[in-house]
Design a protein around this ligand. Structure first.
Ligand code: ADP
Ligand code: MG
Length: 254
């Protein structure tokens, strides 16, 4: 894949200027609580994700990371409290954990990429030839030129994740939620996609990503949010969040 090119394409509507970044929230949590079958998975989450911020969500398995992303979009119902999105819904991209995505539906790589155009298209207009050429160009930048007509089920994990990033690029997403985007992805693709995320950040897009690799988080993410058993343990500067202990109060309250 040509390094450093994916994501650099012409993205018409633009995002926020530097001066506007970091001031307005893209997402606000107000005492957000989520329960599954009576068991609390997120406890009273309160805080703001500033526009233009780049945040890693970290925590052990079962801490509530995926639930937080899904509840942000209202895909998982809130038991109490709320999450407010201050970004148009059609400009939000969500890449679910790969294990949650069904890949056996009969759709080609190109068609799947072009779904990125749908949120901003009028359904009766369909996708125009210019958009199709743009999609092919971004797929090519992502190293997927040879597989554009294959069904998505035939892609490797790395190719599939690159396809999902291409779709987010075509969507011109302003808020991008990524759930373990590098699980089942080869090292080279991971490095490339980390650069794409960096590029999104430079463009002023807001990125929230669930990640497991502390080294990656330290190197690429200025802000982090640590969850433990559904509670926020630390949220802020990455270096301090990664070293923050699971405090006694959090443990006691759990
Ligand atoms: N659909 C669901 N039904 C019931 N329990 C769930 C569901 N999804 C997640 N949980 C539970 O909620 C808690 C948080 O899960 P999750 O958000 O997936 O954690 P993480 O992404 O940090 O691994 C876990 O205890 C998990 O078992
Ligand atoms: Mg998860």
């Amino acid at each position: 894949m040509a390094r450093g090119t994916l994501g650099a394409g012409s993205l018409g509507r633009g995002v926020l200027g530097l001066g506007q970044r970091m001031s307005l929230p893209a997402v606000e949590f107000h005492n957000l609580t989520v329960r599954y079958h009576g068991r609390t998975a997120l406890h009273h989450i309160t805080g703001q994700v500033p526009k233009g911020s780049l945040t890693a969500i970290v925590g052990a398995n079962g801490a509530g990371k995926s639930t937080l992303l899904r509840a942000t979009l209202g895909l998982t119902p809130w038991a109490s409290g709320s999450a407010s999105l201050h970004v148009p819904r059609q400009r939000v991209a969500y890449l679910a954990q790969t294990s949650d995505i069904q890949r056996d539906f009969p759709i080609s790589v190109l068609d799947c990429a072009m779904l990125g155009f749908w949120p901003s298209s009028r359904w009766w207009q369909g996708v125009g030839n210019g958009q199709r050429q743009h999609a092919l160009h971004v797929l090519e930048q992502a190293g997927l030129a040879e597989v554009v007509h294959l069904p998505v089920g035939e892609l490797s994990g790395g190719q599939f994740q690159r396809l999902l990033f291409v779709r987010a690029i075509l969507q011109d997403a302003e808020l991008i939620l990524l759930d373990e985007p590098f699980a089942a992805v080869d090292t080279e693709t991971t490095q490339h996609l980390l650069q794409v995320i960096q590029h999104w950040h430079q463009q002023g897009r807001t990125v929230l990503a669930v990640l497991h690799d502390a080294g990656q988080v330290r190197q690429w993410f200025p802000t982090a949010l640590k969850l433990h058993e559904g509670r926020v343990v630390a949220w802020g500067n990455t270096a301090s969040v990664l070293t923050a202990p699971i405090t006694q109060s959090a443990a006691l309250a759990a």
